[in-house]
Structure formats: C-alpha cells, structure tokens
Design a protein. Structure first.
Length: 478
C-alpha cells in the first residue's frame, strides 16, 4: 500500500484535476490538503477580503463533496513551506502531488517544499492544470517565447486539439481517497478575517457556483463578441474568479468554446481568444519573472518619470475624478471587488495617460481590490494600457473617457447604478455633466456644481498632450 498527498492551491475542485488524477492512479491511499498560507495572508492589509472569503467558501464546498464520498479535505492554517512537509511526514506518504503555479513566489515556495521533502525521501510531482499550454509548449520557430499576441494565438490555436482539452476522469478513481482524518476547518475569524458583502453579491461560489455560471453563459455565448464590451449588459461569463481559483477546469470551458467555434460560433471564438490571452500572459510571467517586480517589459519605458500627483490618485481610487465612467468603474471595484474588462482598460488608460500616474500604482490597487486578482493577467493588463508591456497598446493611442462612455454605456445605465449623484441627468449630459454645450469648447462649465459630484480634476485634451510628450521624451532618453 502506498500513500500520497495532493496539495490544493488554485485548483479547488474535485474533478478534471491533473494532480488528483495522477495521485489516485498511482497510489492506494490519497489524502487531500489545503493550506491557508500565512505567508500570503499576513501581507493582506484589509482583514475583510472577498478573496479569502471566496476561497474559504469554495474549500468548504469541496470538503463537503469529498465527505459525501467518505473522504475529506485536511485544512491547515500556517506557512505552507512548513505545513506540507510536516503533514507529509505525519501521514507517511510517498509523494506529494500539485498542479503547477507559474508566479515567481509560488515557484520559489514549491522548490523549497520539494527540497525539504527530498530530505525525507518523499517525492514531489507537479503537473500542468491551470493553463492549456504552459512554459515552452508554444514557442516561435526559433525556439523563443512569443512577444506578440497574434502569432502566439495562431500557433496556440493551431496546436489546440481534443487531446489537450480531454478531461481527467478523476471520479472513477475515488476509491483510492483516504477514508480517515476527518478534520475541522478554521473559521475566517480564527484566521483573523471578517465576513464581507460576498454573500449579498450575485456571485455563486465554489465548484457548484462555477458550473451554474458556465451553464448560464453557454445560453448566451452567441452574443459574447458584441455584448462583452457593454458593462450594463449581461454579456461576459463572470467566470474570472472561478478560473483564478480553479473551481472550474480551464479544459472544460475551453473545450466548449473550441467545439462551438469550429461550427462558426463567433461568440465562442471570441471567448476562446480571451482564454488564449490568459495563457499568453502566464507565459510572459514565466519567461520574464522580473515584470512581477515592477519592471517594464519594454526596457525603453523604464525611463518614464511620472508626476504622480497623490491627490489625483486618491480621487481615482475613490471614484471622485469627475469623469463618470471612470468613477462608476472604480466604485464598482470598491463595492464588489469586480470590474468589467472594458472598464479596466478605460480606468487604467485614464490613470496613466490622463492623470500621469505610474501604472504600478494602479496595478497595486487592483491587486488589493480585485476578487479575481491574478498576477499574470493584472500585470499584463496594466502594462498593455501603459504601453510598456508585451504587444501593448501603442503609447499614442489614448482612450477618451467621454467617447468610451458614450459608446459603451450610451444610456448611462451603468453610470447611474454607481454614480447616483448624477442619475437624474439625461442620456447626453450624464457622460460629461460639466462640459459646455459648445462642440468646439474643451473648457468645463462654470455653472453651479451638481450636489455631491466633483468637477473633472483634469482636462483630457491637455493631459493627452502631456502624456504624448512624456512618452516621446522617454524614448529619446533611451
């Protein structure tokens, strides 16, 4: 009889799970553990963190699922570097199985754990599970990582087939799950955290919640290509947090999108394209781990010197800039931990190229607030908006917040939901409440202020010119 330990991290589900599948096939007794890692949790300033609560609820749901099968999830609270080797020794397992994580800190942690296990003659096995293609699976003909998305996507999709999308049939091997060690689960309070408004939000959690959202999205995936850009419309999948924590398999959703796209479904093809972007950003982080330390992917933009006016940054964080679409998006983030993807681009462009504030400030704020925060995607998105990243938006393309608002929230429905001070304004004025009616004027009206809502803190046209000069000067310096 041989025993193994499956260490869950960002893969909180009980089926189509690479590490769990391989452990169950190779061993006669398999334990499952999740660690609320204090090396991560202790760095969180806000003790009412939606991500921690989402994880807790998802682990609890997974625990119930395995208990129904006569097994359980062992839940620990401590340093994973210490807890995993100690538990592996206690259970006398022969190997520890994990799904790979590609973030630099996670790689260092796993290397430390593997080295510790090796001193006890315990093997450490890692598998691809979080992405469709990892590390060096999609390279240029010269054997180098791609630096431009379009050719990467073409190579990715050319390689993608039913083999790579095949699910791992975990449940047919459930008989190998260990039938002992029922354990209590530390509460949020015991770990030093508080409940948030997560239960009040329309965000189903855990494996069951992920499947519910996915089934709902499949009913409207045909419209995804067009509807995805409108924040007041139910156009996206809302699965980003579930992909982040692995409560749903990337293979399951990509398989559905791939099969539909083969039959000409434009919405499914568009969604599959977004999943390829996700892989793209992960491979960038893997091959360029320095971007996680605040380095610009494009070296020529390291010389950018942003003015970084603190009160403007604070206004941006609070949703008090006087630009309704920006403010609505930031308030959505602060109130729910979520922000529509179109608006992530709008507010990022506004912070960097209107307010002239370092993109790293915005990246850090999103990292604190986003319930679906993912290092690779967050860094990739911010560097895209700041024009410093891999295959990023050219520096001279600067979003106009008013035109973005008029195009993607034409009736102001989204704005009215979050910027209630101006909800009474008509469809035209709600996009720029203080703008003079003259089409040629760029000056803000001197009329009486709208109760409770600030006037714009900057003039977009003026700031655009300053941003262009800032980037041009940076290029000249290098």
């Amino acid at each position: 009889m041989t025993a193994a330990l499956v260490w869950l991290r960002r893969d909180l589900r009980d089926d189509d799970h690479a590490a769990l599948y391989h452990a169950l096939k190779q061993h006669t007794q398999v334990y499952v553990v999740f660690v609320f890692d204090t090396e991560i949790l202790d760095k969180l300033e806000d003790r009412a963190d939606r991500r921690v609560e989402f994880i807790w609820e998802s682990v609890f749901q997974l625990k119930q699922s395995l208990q129904a099968a006569g097994a359980d999830v062992i839940v620990k609270h401590g340093s994973a570097r210490d807890e995993i080797p100690a538990l592996a020794s206690q259970l006398k397992v022969h190997a520890v199985y994990v799904n790979r994580d590609y973030e630099p800190a996670a790689i260092a942690r796993d290397e430390a754990v593997a080295a510790h296990l090796l001193t006890m003659s315990i093997q450490f096995h890692a598998f691809k599970d979080h992405v469709l293609f990892e590390q060096d699976e999609v390279l240029t003909q010269a054997g180098k990582p791609y630096g431009v998305f379009s050719p990467y996507r073409n190579s990715h999709l050319a390689k993608l087939n039913a083999y790579y999308l095949k699910p791992y049939p975990v449940k047919q091997y459930w008989h190998a799950l260990a039938k002992s060690l029922p354990t209590d689960m530390p509460s949020l309070v015991q770990m030093g955290f508080k409940r948030t408004n997560l239960q009040d939000m329309r965000l189903p959690v855990g494996m069951h919640g992920a499947q519910q959202l996915f089934e709902d999205f499949l009913q409207r995936i045909d419209q995804y290509h067009d509807a995805r850009n409108f924040p007041a419309v139910k156009g996206v999948s809302y699965l980003s947090v579930h992909l982040r924590f692995g409560t749903i398999s990337i293979r399951q959703i990509a398989r559905a999108a791939w099969q539909l796209s083969l039959h000409g479904n434009a919405g499914a093809a568009g969604w599959l394209n977004e999943l390829v972007w996700r892989d793209f950003y992960v491979q960038i982080l893997y091959h360029r781990p320095d971007v996680a330390q605040g380095r610009a992917y494009k070296a020529q933009y390291e010389a950018l010197v942003f003015p970084n006016q603190v009160d403007w940054f604070e206004a941006w964080c609070a949703g008090r800039t006087g630009f309704p679409i920006v403010d609505a998006a930031m308030r959505q983030l602060n109130q729910t931990g979520y922000m529509h993807n179109r608006l992530r681009m709008v507010v990022a462009s506004f912070l960097v190229k209107d307010l002239l504030i370092d993109w790293r400030w915005g990246e850090r704020y999103f990292a604190q607030k986003l319930i679906d925060f993912d290092l690779a995607a967050n860094n990739g998105g911010w560097q895209w908006a700041a024009s410093t990243g891999c295959d990023a938006q050219p520096y001279f393309r600067i979003f106009n917040p008013q035109s973005q608002s008029e195009k993607f929230d034409p009736e102001g429905k989204f704005i009215r939901k979050y910027v209630t001070e101006i909800a009474h304004l008509d469809h035209k004025r709600i996009h720029q409440p203080y703008l003079k009616p003259s089409k040629t004027s760029t000056l803000f009206a001197s009329s009486a202020s709208i109760a409770g809502y600030p006037k714009p803190i900057v003039d977009h046209a003026e700031q655009r010119a300053l941003a262009l000069a800032l980037y041009k000067n940076s290029m000249n310096v290098t």
